[in-house]
Design a binder for this molecule. Structure first.
Ligand SMILES: *Cc1c(COP(=O)(O)O)cnc(C)c1O
Length: 238
């Protein structure tokens, strides 16, 4: 797929490069020997911004809206590793699975959606399997997405038994606003304890712009950072 996006102004490039360098250094310094992954969250930012980060060596990018991800993937380099981190809707699985370089879906929140995504990925004819994370509702807030902690084991089993085109990479949490100001962050602790209790070698995707360093201290293997790299976003479309 040809990359047709254009680089932004040299000023904007320098800004993104500097931000990315700062966050990247912090991730390298505070993560374990194996190194954590930095996912640059580019939702609501133009493709040109992504290309600037790409030019600085960044390859993992996260998007929240399926249509936006599809549009960007079509005009950006094919070796970008896209992460879908938005709320997963059953009727969008097919469109998502059509993105050839979709690298991971981090927001599996039910067995049913895991199956739906598995089938869509199979139907799209990819030879490799698709990485997924189970999103966990670590804060117990009713309005938060994700699987209840006690139900995670069942979803892990279901993916292993009946989703052969999916590869379970780990657990993910967004966490509550309330928890994000507490140290240690209770959502991160919950996710880590859950992983430990499963006795599995699963990754932990947790931590955003304001708390990624803290998340790394608590064992995050993948952090999702947006505004610290690309600047503040315009309000979410409704
Ligand atoms: C937007 C978003 C992020 C990045 O948030 P920042 O605070 O801008 O770093 C990370 N994870 C998810 C799920 C998001 O929706």
């Amino acid at each position: 797929m040809a990359s047709t996006a254009q680089l932004p102004s040299s000023e904007r490039r320098a800004e993104i490069e500097a931000n990315l360098g700062g966050v990247g250094n912090a991730v390298r310094q505070s993560s374990s020997a194996s190194g954590a992954r930095l996912v640059a969250v580019s939702k609501l930012k133009p493709a040109s911004d992504i290309l600037a980060a790409y030019a600085s060596g960044q390859r993992h990018f996260g998007e929240n809206y399926v249509q936006e991800l599809c549009e960007k993937a079509a005009v950006l380099p094919a070796d970008i590793k896209w992460h879908f981190i938005g709320r997963l809707q059953s009727n969008k699985c097919k469109a998502l699975a059509a993105v050839p370089n979709l690298w991971a879906v981090e927001t599996i929140d039910s067995e049913a959606k895991a199956r739906k995504l598995n089938d869509a990925w199979a139907a799209a004819g990819h030879v490799h399997s698709l990485n997924v994370f189970i999103q966990v509702n670590t804060s117990g807030e009713a309005n938060k997405g994700g699987v209840e902690p006690l139900e995670v084991e069942g979803v892990v089993r279901a993916i292993g038994e009946s989703c052969e085109r999916l590869s379970l990479l780990g657990l993910m949490t967004i966490g509550s606003l309330d928890g994000s100001s507490r140290r240690p962050n209770p959502d991160f602790l919950c996710l880590r304890q859950l992983r430990d209790s499963l006795g599995a070698r699963l990754e932990l995707s947790m931590g955003m712009s304001d708390d990624y360093a803290h998340a790394l201290e608590l064992g995050a293997t993948s952090v999702r950072v947006g505004s610290k790299i690309f600047g503040t976003r315009a309000p979410k479309p409704v």
